[in-house]
Design a protein around this ligand. Structure first.
Ligand code: ATP
Ligand code: MG
Length: 568
């Protein structure tokens, strides 16, 4: 690329709309341009990075034995109605009608389309296992598109789907994909962590997310230093505790004026918050059923886990009016001595508390010495607690730590979630019909590009790892008007290109400082400068990441860069 003939537009000022580093730097470096909220054009420099990430993904998927195909973005509603997701996807799915008033969606994902292909073209066990993938634009009308490429409404994803005879075969492929994803993110030069993930509404069990570690990450990850347990906070399991032994006393109604919060209550009674039981009133957003959810006073409820335990797509806290209408008193709700008009779900922490303090179900009152089992019972007991850093590791008893991550990949054992309702079957050796077992695996290609910048930048701009840099080297004649420098730069530019190393040549008639600033902003891993010693055939090589600089004879610089590329 010759700067003088290229479409490269860098910005000095940071555009106001950008909140996170990757978004700011991609706009400033002229890699992307916004068209609408969550919708971006990839400009030439940005596209080169995207393609490099895409190629790493493609190479590794091919190496794992998956086959690439390309599925339509435009998808008829009938398929989505068959799987039940025409409704379940809600407002996140872009929908449109054709001229005959037929409903279509713009694909947010492709399980339905691929299952439709496989069910009509695959009949024998001999064709299994099979793994198909594509790299394609996805459309999702996100509630909060933000952070540039991080959460777009139109974005590039590698999505793949594997088909199996049984769960063992699925398990094997899942492990293979775990390794494949690890290789992909390693090759992209990223620090990442694979964690347990919420399997939520898509169903199935066993799902892992790959997170690129970065402060700006939208997700919180909990990990243990003592063992390899790591989980998205959404899915983190609460360890089972041991109940303290205590003599069980009789419940008593006690006045607790103005003690509607756990903190006020504990202070007023002079007891630790661990003795109290918090009761939250929820509505199942699908069935409209009401639930009283109980948890130890010093713990919080994890609504993702709650949703999964209730087997629903959404839960919402009751409003003040709804609480009164249901016959409860806000701040004084409890499971003991109330009208039997609501189902109770107790977190596992609750039955363990001897002589609990629970809401009095009348204003300014609580019960003390309530005991689970003897005085009240829940309809369900399960783990709905929000696990936090500092909590005990559910696997080894160590202490959990917290980090922030950007979810760049998700691998998922779907089993028969789609193949069953869509009747995708094969014939086994005995000629008997069996449901195909399925796995699904996604990588956010454009999000990975943004995540790479979040991990690799400094005050001057981006610091691309060589493997995904738009160009590995920027060749800069310090003084473009100097014929010797210009000629040397031309020779070097040609030498890099001949050696198969992607190079840019900044042949613009600009001051050296201006060109160096642009090079640092765009993030070329190496600058090769033809400057004062050009006449002696000496050039300067600068490493973007370390700031290190060295002088080399013209003839050695290509090999030196090749050597350094594996390090940076
Ligand atoms: P999130 O929780 O971030 O919304 P998701 O669970 O909806 O992600 P999947 O449906 O598993 O994501 O999609 C596979 C991958 O696609 C994700 O791991 C992520 O890297 C990427 N991805 C998902 N939504 C977006 C988006 N709006 N913009 C960019 N990339 C996305
Ligand atoms: Mg999403």
């Amino acid at each position: 690329m010759r700067f003088s003939k290229s479409f490269v537009k860098t910005l000095k000022e940071t555009p106001k709309e950008a909140e996170v580093t990757s978004h700011k730097l991609m706009l400033r470096a002229g890699m992307i341009k916004k068209l609408a909220s969550g919708v971006y054009s990839f400009l030439p420099l940005g596209l080169r990075v995207l393609k490099k990430v895409e190629n790493i993904v493609r190479e590794e998927m091919n190496r794992a034995g998956a086959q690439e195909l390309f599925l339509p973005v435009l998808q008829p509603a009938e398929l989505w109605q068959e799987s039940g997701r025409w409704t379940a996807m809600g407002p996140e799915m872009f929908r449109l009608k054709d001229r005959n008033e037929r409903d279509f969606s713009l694909g947010p994902t492709h399980e339905e389309v691929i299952v439709d292909i496989v069910r009509s073209d695959l009949s024998s066990y001999k064709s299994l296992p099979l793994h198909l993938y594509q790299i394609q634009t996805k459309f999702r009308d996100e509630r909060r598109p933000r952070f540039g490429l991080m959460r777009g409404r139109e974005f590039l994803m590698k999505d793949s789907y594997s088909f199996h005879r049984d769960l063992d075969s699925l398990e094997e492929e899942f492990q293979k994909m775990y390794n494949t994803y690890s290789r992909i993110f390693e090759r992209c030069g990223l620090k990442f962590r694979a964690v347990e993930a919420d399997s939520g509404a898509i169903g199935g069990t066993g799902s892992k997310e790959f997170h690129v570690l970065a402060e700006s990450g939208e997700d919180e990850i909990l990990y243990c230093d003592g063992c390899d347990y790591a989980s998205n906070v959404e899915a983190a399991i609460s360890p089972a505790g041991t109940p303290p032994a205590e003599e069980l006393l009789k419940p008593e109604l006690t006045a607790t004026p103005n003690a509607a919060t756990i903190a006020d209550l504990a202070a007023f009674l002079g007891i630790p918050a661990e003795k109290t039981v918090k009761a939250m009133l929820y509505r199942d957003m699908v069935t409209d059923e009401r639930w009283m959810v109980l948890i130890r006073g010093d713990f919080e409820i994890n609504e993702v886990k709650l949703k999964n335990v209730l087997g629903t797509l959404g839960v919402a806290l009751l409003s003040d009016e709804e609480i009164s209408a249901a016959g409860f008193v806000k701040g004084y709700t409890g499971p003991y001595a109330h009208e039997d008009n609501i189902r109770i779900l107790a977190d596992r922490s609750v039955p363990e508390i001897p002589n609990q303090i629970t809401g009095g179900n009348r204003k300014d009152c609580h019960y003390v010495n309530v005991n689970y089992g003897r005085d009240y019972k829940a309809d369900l007991i399960d783990d709905v607690r929000l696990v936090k850093a500092g909590d005990v590791c559910p696997r080894c008893g160590g202490v959990l730590k917290s980090a922030r991550g950007i979810e760049t990949g998700h691998i998922f054992k779907l089993k028969d979630k789609y193949t069953k309702p869509m009747n995708a079957v094969y014939l086994d050796e005995n000629g008997e019909t069996q449901t195909i077992i399925m796995g699904t695996y996604g990588i956010g290609v454009s999000r990975t590009m943004a995540a790479a910048i979040e991990q690799h930048n400094d005050g001057d701009g981006i610091i691309w790892p060589s493997v995904i840099a738009p160009y590995v080297v920027d060749v800069i004649p310090a003084k473009g008007t100097d014929a010797i420098q210009a000629a040397l730069a031309e020779r070097l530019y040609a030498a890099f290109n001949n050696a198969g190393i992607d190079a840019a040549l900044d042949d613009r008639d600009e001051r050296p400082g201006f060109k160096f600033k642009d090079a640092d902003l765009i993030g070329f891993p190496f600058k090769v400068i033809a400057g004062k010693k050009a006449a002696e055939g000496i050039v300067e090589l600068k490493i973007r990441r370390t700031g290190e600089s060295m002088e080399l004879p013209e003839g050695e610089v290509v090999e030196k860069v090749r050597e350094l590329m594996s390090l940076y």
